[in-house]
Design a binder for this molecule. Structure first.
Ligand SMILES: [Zn+2]
Length: 292
């Protein structure tokens, strides 16, 4: 049986194999997914204690050494939302909040911040200022009250959507909880770079069962527009690797990598190489369309 693309119903065909999964692709939308999809139970085991602290698949030391990086990213992301017109007062919802560094930045800027984080380990590692505002599920986060005065004015999800088994269903649940003109901020890895396009098994973000859906600039825009009734305002680079070839060979900083990065950046500035060819992830900002 041919798998159907959830965005356009077109055929999703086998593209390549990585780890023990196939990656299927819709040529119409540029959307890709892992197959077979792991079960809920398999995913629960994957994200059990240790995911954020170097014991499993995930991060090495998310609550320690990686925190300064998280704080810098939080500032960049809040800046992007404020540039897009976010004004106080506003209720900010982050799904996949981890230890809440983005929520902390939002709270410091005077916004009402609420988070959803499945991992108890991550919730408990969050700052006291936001700990009580981070819930285990979306249902807990809105207290079951979905009247319009309780809706969220911002939906944020950073490095999260690609982990979901059923992104359309999850986003439909988010949509019910958003205000009419809510802003959306999403970071996802994108498959527009040369590794993902030309040598897919060399790209480290093709990592099922952690990442299950793979987006490009085009397909993430389509997903957000379709599921949240939104209009994309901007897509900017969130993470790039200018030394792609030497990174793959040596995997650590050295003179050859610095040289490759310098040459690559020069080629991008000169317009010879496209920016998207060195991008690993993007920050997308969108706004829900007013109901007519
Ligand atoms: Zn499609």
């Amino acid at each position: 049986m041919i798998e159907r693309c959830p965005l356009c119903a077109g055929p999703m065909r086998d593209r390549f194999r990585v780890r023990t999964f196939n990656v299927l692709r819709c040529d119409g939308c540029d959307l890709e997914r892992a197959a077979p999809m792991p079960t809920e139970q398999e995913l629960s085991a994957l994200y059990a204690a240790g995911y954020f602290s170097g014991e499993g698949h995930g991060y090495q030391d998310y609550f320690g050494r990686e925190r300064a990086i998280a704080d810098e990213k939080a500032r960049v992301r809040m800046d992007a939302l404020e540039r897009a017109g976010l004004e106080r007062p506003a209720r900010v919802l982050e799904v996949g909040a981890a230890d809440g560094r983005f929520l902390l930045e939002a709270a410091r800027r005077g916004f009402d911040a609420t988070g959803v984080e499945w991992s108890r380990e991550a919730r408990e590692a969050s700052d006291e200022l936001v700990r009580e505002r981070i819930f285990a599920s979306l249902e807990d986060a809105d207290g079951g009250q979905r009247d319009s005065s309780r809706r969220f004015d911002v939906f944020a999800a950073f490095d999260v959507i690609e982990h979901w088994r059923s992104p359309l269903e999850e986003l439909a649940k988010v949509r019910e909880r958003l205000s009419e003109r809510a802003l959306i901020a999403v970071v996802v890895p994108v498959i527009d770079n040369v590794n993902a396009r030309a040598w897919p098994t060399s790209w480290d973000q093709y990592k099922p069962p952690e990442h299950l859906w793979f987006y490009s600039r085009k397909s993430i825009a389509k997903l957000i527009e379709q599921t949240l009734d939104a209009e994309v305002l901007s897509i900017e680079c969130a993470w790039e690797r200018a030394a792609r070839v030497t990174d793959a060979v040596w995997g650590r900083r050295n003179a050859a990598q610095r040289l490759e990065a310098a040459i690559t950046r020069t080629l991008v500035r000169a317009g010879i190489l496209a920016q998207h060819s060195i991008e690993d992830s993007v920050l997308l900002i969108a706004r829900r369309k007013a109901v007519r």
